[in-house]
Design a protein around this ligand. Structure first.
Ligand code: SF4
Length: 221
């Protein structure tokens, strides 16, 4: 990031930096003189770009409610929709910058996510990738859980398998409570039989030092 910022500064390009690092460490000296936009203000990026192009330095970092799911977007791959199911997490891993930026778990409702799925299927999207800092924790702040969400989403997908669902990254602790239901959903013809579970370490002592809240044995399970 520092290299990119220096490059842009040296050719005097207007620059907006977004994401977890500026949100979590806004006072970094590398960020002096550039515009920054926080993770929950991304819906105001047009405004930030316009102001930056006029030569102003903008800093928008306040946290507010969850950004809308239906913001206009240009997909990198027009067949793939990356759909966040929540922001933040329930973890407190000792090494983590994301937590500083994204904070405590904030889940989108099942209805809003199913509504978004229906609208992207109508757009011709062929794969929906759910994303999350920790999919297994989804919904615990709003009284639902991941199996409830996934079952609701698959009923909104075309039954001929023309749009596939991919479940996002999950840590072990919460998803272990739902193994049976998740195994069942992973066998659905519209769902990829795929889970992304970061191991982080094969040592219980290191996992404890990282505050990962699971053991090697639980990961294996
Ligand atoms: S669960 Fe992920 S996002 Fe949350 S603190 Fe741990 S590493 Fe960071």
């Amino acid at each position: 990031m520092d290299t990119l910022i220096s490059k842009c500064k040296s050719v005097k390009k207007p620059l907006v930096v977004a994401g977890c690092v500026p949100q979590g460490s806004k006072d970094l000296k590398e960020l002096e003189g550039v515009s920054i936009v926080g993770v929950q203000q991304i819906d105001r990026v047009v405004e930030v770009v316009e102001e930056t192009l006029k030569g102003h330095e903008v800093r928008l970092l306040n946290r507010k409610t969850l950004p809308a799911l239906d913001l206009p977007k240009v997909r990198k791959n027009k067949f793939v929709e990356i759909l966040p199911i929540n922001v933040g997490c329930l973890g407190a891993c000792t090494y983590c910058k994301t937590k500083h930026a994204r904070g405590h778990l904030g889940s989108y409702t099942v209805d809003s996510l199913v509504g978004r799925v229906k609208s992207v299927v109508d757009d011709g999207v062929k794969e929906i990738w759910l994303s999350s800092e920790d999919s297994g924790a989804y919904g615990r702040d709003i009284g639902v859980n991941l199996p409830i969400l996934l079952n609701a989403i698959v009923t909104a997908l075309p039954s001929n398998g023309s749009t596939m669902l991919r479940i996002g990254m999950t840590n072990p602790p919460y998803i272990l409570e739902h193994l049976k239901e998740i195994a069942h959903i992973l066998r659905h013809p519209c769902v990829y039989s795929f889970l992304h579970v970061p191991v982080q370490s094969g040592s219980d002592a290191i996992l404890t030092a990282m505050n990962r809240e699971y053991t090697v044995g639980e990961f294996r399970r």
